[in-house]
Design a protein around this ligand. Structure first.
Ligand SMILES: [Zn+2]
Length: 232
């Protein structure tokens, strides 16, 4: 089983001390969370790695709604995990998807949830273009590769780009709700299992997730929601 320390180790420099010394000297590596300098053999610095290792999943469930019967989230406050998510999404640091899949796996494992089918909350098309990847889909790809090989990743709905702005640009809860109304469309001929899991990295007001679940509801009996960071 992977540990955070093994996920956080870069294979090349770790195995070749001369290469590591060369990289540390000429290409100093900056920790994407705290901006302190870090060894070329690590993705995040030892301090942040320690803080991340000490994090435990939140031991209670969020309140369900509609067909969401189980609402699990790893962290509730702006923890170091949120620093990791922000670095992944906004620097952006695609290589941190492995770290985040590790925390998603720990969350699923903590609740002893069986997750055969999981859906990534569709990312905003403009964000996918800017980043070059879908933040939710990539974490699930890594989850399947490293932790749950028999996972089936489904993408039953798509986002319609023209009708709304990125949620992060809006503060007001009502504005966020109005902004995402009718932005998801089911793909034609969709048939889904009775029970599916839904994944998003950050949950703020929940407007986007709620709208997605509303579109999904006629097709399923039960939704398990998995979130890395729930903001207040
Ligand atoms: Zn750091």
């Amino acid at each position: 089983m992977d540990t955070l320390a093994s996920v956080n180790t870069r294979k090349g420099p770790e195995e070749r001390p001369l290469l590591k010394a060369f990289l540390d000297l000429f290409f100093p590596n900056q920790c994407p969370i705290c901006q302190e300098s870090a060894s070329a053999a690590r993705y995040v610095c030892p301090d942040c790695e320690r803080s991340l290792t000490g994090l435990l999943p939140t031991p209670f469930l969020g309140e369900g709604f509609g067909k969401v019967t189980r609402f699990c989230y790893f962290s509730e406050v702006d923890s170091v995990l949120y620093g990791l998510v922000k670095a992944y999404k906004y620097l952006p640091r695609k290589d941190l998807a492995n770290h985040l899949s590790f925390f998603l796996f720990r969350l699923i494992d903590f609740w002893r949830a069986s997750v055969p089918f999981i859906i990534p909350l569709p990312a905003h098309p403009a964000s996918i273009r800017t980043r070059g990847f879908s933040n939710t889909r990539l974490i699930l790809d890594r989850l399947k590769e490293r932790f749950i090989p028999n996972l089936t990743i489904l993408e039953p709905a798509v986002r319609r780009e023209w009708s709304y702005r990125p949620q992060a640009s809006l503060q007001d809860e009502e504005e966020r709700k109005a902004n995402v109304r009718d932005v998801f469309r089911m793909k034609k001929g969709t048939i889904l299992p009775e029970r599916v899991a839904l994944f998003d990295d950050v949950y703020t007001t929940g407007a986007t997730v709620a709208e997605y679940c509303r579109v999904l509801a006629p097709y399923v009996k039960q939704i398990d929601l998995f979130i890395l960071v729930r903001r207040k």
